[in-house]
Write a protein that binds this ligand. Structure first.
Ligand code: URA
Length: 220
């Protein structure tokens, strides 16, 4: 794993490399693409969940008592997929964190300005125990960073402490990483690839194309 700074982790593993090759390949069909993303998602969520709080609990095995670590059920974990592409991570994220709340964020990118346009946000302000609220924001592509910064700011404005927010992406651009890390000091980023750059339309190069179109088979 490459650690750009203590908050930015680029996972590095042969299983990820092999699946990224399938994901990037324009000849991979929708089913192949989704299955490869799913395999990488286990590793991304594994890493993103590392700072979630645990408590000690006494468990009895058939032989004796033992103190185990379990998730602190006084903490609230929010999984936040950015629609529509972020949904690709949801199933695995829920499988690994079954007690989490899923809060969808509806946002699309204006093709001219490359700025995010919000269309869905049902989340309420968090009033109590803010320190115990943890959010994992899910979006396969960290491209310009505009949507990421907007989504993160929105969670902060609703009361989630910045240090408890992790942004998870499959592929990131240097521009996106720069934008997020210059906008916040304590946000964590977990990604499985840092690509070369963005093109003039804000797509990541070499990237994988349009993530939503690849997932939902809406390529023309
Ligand atoms: N969104 C995508 O789906 N792909 C990119 O390369 C950038 C943003």
């Amino acid at each position: 794993m490459e650690v750009l700074n203590k908050n930015i982790k680029i996972l590095n593993h042969p299983i990820i490399d092999n699946n990224l090759a399938i994901i990037r390949d324009k000849n991979s069909d929708c089913e192949k693409f989704k299955n490869a993303v799913k395999r990488v998602t286990y590793m991304l969520i594994y890493e993103a969940a590392k700072n979630l709080p645990t408590i000690e609990k006494e468990i009895e095995t058939p032989l004796e008592k033992v103190k185990c670590k379990v998730f602190d059920n006084n903490a609230q974990i929010i999984i936040a997929p950015i629609l529509r592409a972020g949904m690709i991570f949801s199933e695995v994220a829920q499988e690994l964190l079954p007690f989490a709340n899923v809060h969808h964020i509806g946002m699309y990118r204006d093709e001219e300005t490359l700025e995010p346009v919000w269309y869905y946000d049902k989340r309420k302000e968090i009033k109590e125990n803010k320190e115990k609220v943890f959010t994992i924001i899910l979006d396969p592509m960290l491209a310009t960073g505009n949507s990421a910064v907007d989504a993160i700011n929105n969670f902060i404005s609703k009361g989630v402490p910045e240090k408890n927010i992790t942004f998870v992406s499959l592929i990131s651009s240097p521009e996106g990483i720069k934008k997020v890390s210059e906008s916040f000091n304590e946000i964590k980023i977990v990604t499985s690839a840092l690509d070369r750059t963005l093109n003039s339309k804000g797509y990541i190069l070499p990237g994988l194309g349009d993530a939503g179109d690849r997932i939902y088979n809406t390529l023309d």
